[in-house]
Design a protein around this ligand. Structure first.
Ligand code: OSB
Ligand code: MG
Length: 365
């Protein structure tokens, strides 16, 4: 049994510019601004900071417009959590941020990191109680660009060891995107898995011509071709049986798992822990999807190292997870601290240290 809790929550803001803006059909991401959260259990009451015998848990809240609450809403929620954890405890704090998904993500991650650290268990095993997992498969994330730029970016990713690349599409005409995928396929051959993410850009007719051509080009997954509301449209695209799996991302946040299943709208559902309110929530959604024969996969929202590593642990807690969008650290020009996750040969090496395994991100800044 752990002693009665005497937890303090602290947070600080950060701003992480991207190395190069990421162009998506949903807008350009230039910088990721949010809050690093630290929970300290000092053990000895009356302590003034982390000392001998104290345990620390880290979390990260990195709001993204269109996906989470605003930065201001997030900060207010973290303030409430800080008060609630003093006066009540973890459950009260979680309740205080229940509807602010990025803030809840940070708090739930910090609590899980703290508890897994107390139990000397890597976070993914604390989450899933499953077997040891050494690696999770990952995809490279390739923004919009000309056919030549896109082919170059994919070539570079493949040279670095990636065997799955996800292209952002939907900013150009459908014909131009088909040309991009064709050029990429010609450049890297059939041995590389290719996916595309349209971030809701297309009409049904556009999506139909895209998915037809993508099927011929051996694309594996087309993510969110239609607006989030279009469950039946996505179901109709699946009915075309092009060999391309249809994935929903924005659609999950709008409809939830049961409606997607009832409409038979997806082969695959994308889980973004930052947008779902935490890796604990995402883990439950993943289990439910698997039960319904829908494949879950995990991506970040281009997060700092704390949230990104949390997402790696989440992926490691999902049995047989396909390649996940976790290789997004390289998109950032700076980070919150050293990356404990090694990326090699298309996989992320899962940290086996206790908790998240991110080290002292508080002191490193
Ligand atoms: O899945 C990936 O490869 C990276 C994550 C990604 O594409 C993304 C990043 C930020 C916001 C939205 C998305 C998305 O999947 O739509
Ligand atoms: Mg997506």
């Amino acid at each position: 049994m752990s002693p009665p809790e005497d937890l303090e929550l602290e947070y600080r803001s950060f701003s992480l510019p991207l190395a190069e803006p990421l162009e998506t059909a949903d807008g350009t991401i230039e910088s990721r601004d949010g809050f690093l959260v630290r929970l300290v259990d000092d053990g000895a009451p009356g302590g003034t900071g982390p000392g001998d015998g104290s345990v620390v848990g880290y979390g990260e809240a990195t709001p993204l417009s269109g996906w989470t609450e605003s930065r201001e809403g997030c900060q207010r929620a973290l303030e409430r959590a800080r008060d609630a954890i003093r006066s009540g405890g973890p459950s009260e704090a979680l309740e205080a941020v229940d509807r602010q998904v990025a803030a809840r993500h940070a708090l739930a991650l910090a609590l899980a990191d703290l508890q897994a650290t107390r139990e000397s268990t890597p976070l993914y095993r604390y989450l899933g109680q499953g077997p040891m997992v050494g690696r999770v498969p990952i995809n490279a994330t390739i923004g919009d660009g000309s056919p030549a730029e896109t082919a170059d970016a994919v070539r570079t990713a493949v040279d670095r060891g990636f065997d799955c690349c996800k292209l952002k599409v939907g900013l150009r005409s459908v014909d131009a995107d088909i040309e991009r995928v064709r050029r990429v396929r010609e450049t890297v051959g059939d041995g590389v898995e290719l996916r595309a993410d349209a971030n809701e850009a297309w009409t049904y007719e556009e999506a139909r011509s895209a998915i037809d051509a993508f099927g011929d080009l051996g694309l594996s997954i087309l993510e969110q071709p239609l607006p989030a509301g279009a469950l039946e449209g996505h179901a109709a695209l699946r009915d075309l049986r092009t060999g391309v799996s249809v994935a929903l991302d924005e659609g999950l946040l709008e409809h939830g798992v049961d409606a997607i299943c009832d409409a038979e709208a997806a082969d695959v559902v994308v889980l973004k822990p930052m947008a779902l309110g935490g890796i604990d929530v995402a883990r439950k959604v993943a289990a439910w999807l698997t039960e319904l024969d829908i494949t879950p996969l995990v991506t970040t929202t281009i997060d700092g190292v704390v949230a990104r590593t949390g997402a790696v642990h989440l992926a490691a807690a999902i049995p047989d997870v396909p390649a996940c969008g976790l290789a997004t650290g390289d998109l950032l020009a700076t980070d919150l601290g050293r990356d404990p996750v090694l990326f090699e040969k298309g996989s992320a090496v899962v940290p086996q240290a206790k908790g998240l395994g991110v080290g002292d991100v508080w002191g490193e800044r």
